[in-house]
Design a binder for this molecule. Structure first.
Ligand code: CAA
Length: 392
């Protein structure tokens, strides 16, 4: 039996901040962002668009009615959760109309969570082959105004349907994980933005990559030669480019090195326009690769490097299924270009707005007509989500 990714959906917010504008407002050279970080734009989420609405929207874009009846597990991986107790997956399960006899829960380990969720989903389908699992990575990356991380913020969700006989990618049995207890990036319960040891975090990312890759090659007798592409966690694309250079095998034929570099360029196209979406970033890179590369074919192996601060890293691979392209979109870049551009002042107001609750814990919101799902109100401290009805 083969198990893997049957469908992939993506959702981001309706607003975009151009980094050229941010650079001008912050008095930094725009090339520091476009060349130093390899970023162009960031998705900016308003108060009414959170990890639940993004997760629901990404999932709704791929699921048929029948699949909603077949899914028996919903996992939301996030590091920007909206409740310390109730799982985002439970809200999402309700919004999507998934049949009731399902297990729904949230999973966390910084940007690594979705990789653990995929592995758990695979084990579940192994045990129960008719099951379908919805794995969603949903995050809003918010570092704060005038911080070094500000140009690497972002918002978005990736939804993946995991099943037997998948139509996009088959998971190979080759995962290698590594855990190291470090403080490179963390967010205590009392803080809405993370604490970051920026340079240290990049060193941890690259060292985790190097050491996990060495162990992976040793355990599975595989080399870069075996892969058509490598996808990386993308906190910002420049760091992943350094990662690719670190593991690039100079003894590979030039043609193969060129293919890996070309596919890397395709894998960063969406992140360059969306920014960091933490747990989803690796899979946004995978989606960008699959939808934009013109040199991939069925049977090709793709290596994936997952990294979550704190830190857990994992390398695993998946193989392309014949006809995989039929499950993908050809219009994603055009859709991203339809987001509404914000001035820096508007971004500061919209992205950092906080709900103003009255004494009973109530607040109601508006302006979400263009969203698919929305946080419409908070009533006695309960978040109330709706599917937004579109007038035709
Ligand atoms: N033109 C071109 N390039 C320029 C430039 C200019 N005028 N000025 C600077 N640069 C280059 C620098 O040379 C540097 O490139 P190299 O790394 O190749 O040397 C790059 O721009 C970045 O500049 P700085 O080194 O001065 O660093 P910074 O102040 O922009 O901060 C950062 C970078 C620390 C990563 C910051 O963005 C940050 O704190 N980000 C959040 C943390 C993060 O993303 N860490 C990544 C690993 S942790 C992880 O992966 C989990 C996660 O998602 C958070």
């Amino acid at each position: 039996m083969t198990i893997g990714i049957d469908k992939i959906g993506f959702a981001t917010s309706q607003y975009v901040l151009k980094l050229q504008d941010l650079a001008e407002a912050r008095g930094i050279d725009p090339e520091k962002l476009s060349k130093g970080l390899l970023l162009k734009e960031l998705s900016i989420a308003p108060l009414t668009e959170d990890i639940v609405t993004l997760a629901a929207s990404a999932s709704d874009s791929i699921l048929t009615e029948q699949e909603r009846q077949e899914i028996d597990m919903v996992i939301v991986a996030t590091e920007s959760g909206i409740d310390q107790s109730k799982a985002a997956a439970v809200f999402v399960h309700g919004l999507l109309g998934i049949q009731p006899f399902a297990r729904s829960f949230e999973i966390k380990e910084a940007c690594y969570g979705a990789t653990a969720a995929l592995h758990y989903a695979k084990l579940h389908v192994e045990n129960s082959p008719e099951s379908k699992v919805l794995v969603i990575a949903s995050d809003i990356a918010k570092y704060g105004m005038n911080t070094p991380g500000e140009p690497t913020q972002g918002a978005g969700a990736i939804a993946m349907l995991i099943s037997k006989d998948p139509r996009i990618l088959i998971f190979n049995e080759d995962n290698v994980a590594q855990t190291r207890d470090v403080m490179d990036f963390w967010r205590p319960n009392y803080s809405t933005t993370p604490y970051v040891n920026g340079l240290y975090s990049t060193q941890q990312y690259l060292d985790s990559l190097k050491t996990t890759w060495l162990e992976y090659q040793k355990r599975y007798q595989l080399t870069l030669d075996d892969f058509a592409a490598v996808c990386f966690h993308l906190p910002y694309p420049k760091l992943a480019l350094k990662g690719l250079k670190k593991i690039m095998d100079k003894s590979l034929p030039q043609e193969q090195q060129d293919q890996l570099k070309e596919n890397f360029e395709k894998s960063i196209l969406y992140s360059q326009k969306v920014g960091n979406i933490y747990t989803g970033s690796l899979f946004l890179g995978l989606l960008s690769l699959l939808e934009n590369s013109d040199n991939l074919k069925a049977g090709d192996k793709i290596a994936l490097f997952s990294y979550g601060s704190g830190a857990v890293a994992e390398i695993f691979s998946a193989s392309l299924v014949p006809g995989y392209e039929k499950q993908l979109s050809q219009t994603r870049l055009e859709e991203l270009d339809q987001r509404q551009a914000l001035s820096v002042e508007e971004y500061e107001h919209i992205f950092f707005a906080e709900a103003e609750l009255d004494a009973e814990g109530n607040a109601s919101f508006s302006g979400y007509e263009d969203q698919n799902f929305a946080l419409a109100e908070i009533a006695e401290h309960q978040r109330k989500y709706i599917k937004v009805e579109k007038s035709s």
